[in-house]
Each structure stands twice: as C-alpha cells, then as structure tokens.
Design a binder for this molecule. Structure first.
Ligand code: ZN
Ligand code: ZN
Length: 391
C-alpha cells in the first residue's frame, strides 16, 4: 500500500504544486476565506469526495467513505487563512493581493489536505473506516476551530491528525513530537488609573505611566523569582497606551500583552498571580487598577499513540533519518488544541526548508518561502498514516 500511495502522490505532484501556487497567489484573511473555500470544495467534488460548504462560517468539510467495517472515524484538519503581511518574495506566483500573504504555510496545509483526500478517495475500498477532512478558516485569529466545532464537525470523530510547516526542518523530513507541542496563549489587559496633574508637581498627582513601568518590570522580574524555572512562562506586553501631553502627568495607562505557558497548573494560577502584583504596586502609590485576563487557546498535547502512528508511517515512508523526534515544544499557539477537547489527536511538523539556502525565513516573515517538494512528503505521510490508522 505504501508503494501505491507514493506512486499516486508522485503522479499528483504537478497538479498539487499548481493548486498550492493558485492558493498562494490568492490569499484571504481569517474569516474571509470565501474563494479559497469554493476552490477547495471544487477540487474535492471533482475527485469524488462528499463535500459540505459553509461549515464554521467559511470552512469546508469533505468525507471519504471507506468500507464501513470499522466505525472509528478519523479526522484530518488543515487551515486555509493568510496573514495581513505584504509579501516580499519576488516569486512568480507571489500574492496578488496587496498586504495579504500566505506567510504561515496554510496554503501548503490546504494543498496537503486536498492531496491526501484525492489519494484516500482512490484507495477508499481499502479503508475500513471513513476519513473526515476539516478545512478550517481563521486559525491565525484563533477562532476558526471553535466555529468548526460549533457546527459539530467533531461528532463521532475518534481521532484527529494535523500538520504545520516548519522552515527550520529541511524539506523531505518531518518532525514528530510526543506530548506538549505548543503553549497555551492567553490575552492580558491591565488598566492603571492614577490622577492627572502638572508635570512639574508630581507630588500632587498619581503618575500612571511610572506605575505602569513598575508593573512591567516587576512582572518580568517576578517570573524569574516566583515561577518554577522548569515550567516555561513568557509574558510579553506588546501594547502600551497612556498620557495626553509631555507636561501632563498621565491619569490612565492601558497595557496589553500575551501570556504563554506550557503547564496547566501554571496557567490556572496566572490570573491571581498577575492581579496580586498589580494590586500591590498600585496600592503602594494610591492608584486604581483593573486586570482582565482572557484565556485563549490551550496548548496542543499530542496523543502518544497517534504520534507513534505518525512516526511509524513516516519512518516506513522516508527512513528513520528523515524523521526527527523533537525534544522541545514551541511557545507558539495553535487552535488545533480545541479539537483535542473532543478526541485525541496529533500534529506533526512538515519540513519545508531549502537544503541549500543559508537562510530559511521564519513563519510570518514577508519573505517566507517553502521548498514545494515537501507537499508530496506531507501527502504521503498523512495518507499512509490514515491507511494504517485502522490496521
Ligand atoms: Zn501563523
Ligand atoms: Zn500557521
């Protein structure tokens, strides 16, 4: 079966590259994937895959029916949205839309999902169960997975697989991770309210900017002194707003940031920990405050058995020197974790780095580029893992 899947993928390769380039040059922002969704639906139906459109707003669901001798339903999830970035690659198939670019490789994910569906529909009589393809919108804004789940795409699903491109792994190789793959990503907003006054008479005012500076500094220092150093925690304040004029003491400052953590216990304690620090500093100087901690996506915890399935399939397909078991998770976020609240799953990293390039630009970079030979690697790895799922 592996040889058959590889042959099918090799035959499909030129078409898949054409598909990827089409999607790459027509990127759409999160929640606006109308043309991409229509294109995906078109390719699926042309290949005999049962399609439902308008799932999860702009998502698409395809189902490949096996022989129904096994009731376990496997889902394969890919994402379709692009980013608000001006592409600077000079590729002939670069984005045709100003300020929008597939800089996170979701064009490759969509193509790999389509390629896998094409192959599995050709070997459907050898699949004991069904495979449901989830083409999700709005991953970058971390809302697409929840839209899909609200539309009940996870009903009856017993396991879910996914992938993300990775420029620091060479094309032709894949990365497998057991356990934690990505971090929980939460939003933080802190509002500090002081009292306005003349810049020359600080003692008659309560300086919200100076207090905000202490809050930021103390939070960073407190991570190093009060959080377990073996449990990673990153708190980044990315936005700060306050003040009216150089000679007026600011009466209000708003800080906004992102908080990344790997361990559930660390995460649970964060709102209280942050509030206590802010409250102590503000109390000291008579300021008032508000801490708004909004939980975002949880971390992705890869299921051990499904990571093993991916690893075995990839090793049989490409040899063990092409399969890296990743020693570390990433503190990036990925809303694939929401599907894992409904069924166990695993995501692998698809190497897309050019072997002979000194620099492979990172994800979300305006010059991000992929070695397209990775598409076949992704398709064979997923299609063969799916085939082996019921074996
Ligand atoms: Zn991204
Ligand atoms: Zn991404």
């Amino acid at each position: 079966m592996l040889t058959r899947i590889k042959d099918l993928a090799t035959k499909l390769a030129p078409r898949l590259i054409e598909i990827r380039r089409h999607i790459h040059s027509h990127p759409e922002l999160s929640g606006e994937e109308y043309q991409t969704a229509a294109f995906v639906a078109g390719v699926l139906s042309a290949n005999g895959v049962h399609v439902q459109e308008g799932i999860g707003k702009t998502g698409v669901v395809g189902e490949v029916q096996g022989t129904n001798s096994d009731s376990r339903l496997l889902a394969i999830r890919t994402d379709m949205d692009a980013l608000p970035i001006q592409e600077r690659t000079n590729l002939e198939y670069a984005s045709r839309k100003a300020g929008i670019m597939h800089a996170c490789g979701h064009d490759v994910h969509t193509t790999v999902g389509l390629g896998t569906a094409m192959i599995l529909s050709q070997i459907a009589d050898e699949l004991p169960g069904n495979v449901r393809f989830l083409f999700q919108p709005a991953e970058e804004t971390a809302v697409g997975a929840s839209w899909m789940i609200q539309d009940r795409v996870m009903e009856e699903v017993t396991s879910v697989l996914s992938l993300h491109v990775f420029p620091s792994i060479e094309a032709g190789s894949v990365g497998i991770r057991y356990g934690a793959l990505t971090a929980a990503a939460d939003d933080l907003e802190i509002i500090i309210v002081g009292e306005s006054g003349h810049g020359a008479r600080p003692h008659e005012a309560i300086d919200a900017i100076w207090i905000a500076a202490q809050v930021i500094t103390t939070l960073q220092q407190a991570i190093s002194r009060t959080q377990n150093p073996l449990r990673p925690l990153v708190l980044s304040i990315g936005q700060i707003n306050g003040g009216r004029a150089p000679n007026i003491i600011a009466d209000q400052v708003k800080l906004r940031g992102t908080v990344r953590s790997l361990h559930p216990e660390t995460r649970t304690n964060l709102p209280a920990w942050i509030t206590q620090i802010v409250s102590n500093i503000c109390d000291c100087y008579g300021a008032r405050y508000q801490v708004n901690y909004r939980p975002g996506t949880p971390g992705v915890q890869n299921d051990l058995a499904l990571s093993q399935l991916l690893q075995t399939a990839a090793e049989e397909a490409w040899g063990s020197d092409r399969v890296l078991v990743l020693p570390e998770p990433s503190l990036g976020a990925e809303d694939f974790s929401l599907y894992l609240e409904h069924a166990p799953g695993a995501m692998f990293r698809l190497g897309v780095g050019y072997k002979d390039r000194a620099v492979n630009h990172p994800l979300h970079h305006p010059q991000f580029d992929v070695d397209e030979s990775a598409i076949v690697t992704g398709v064979v790895t997923l299609a063969y893992s799916a085939y082996k799922y019921w074996q």
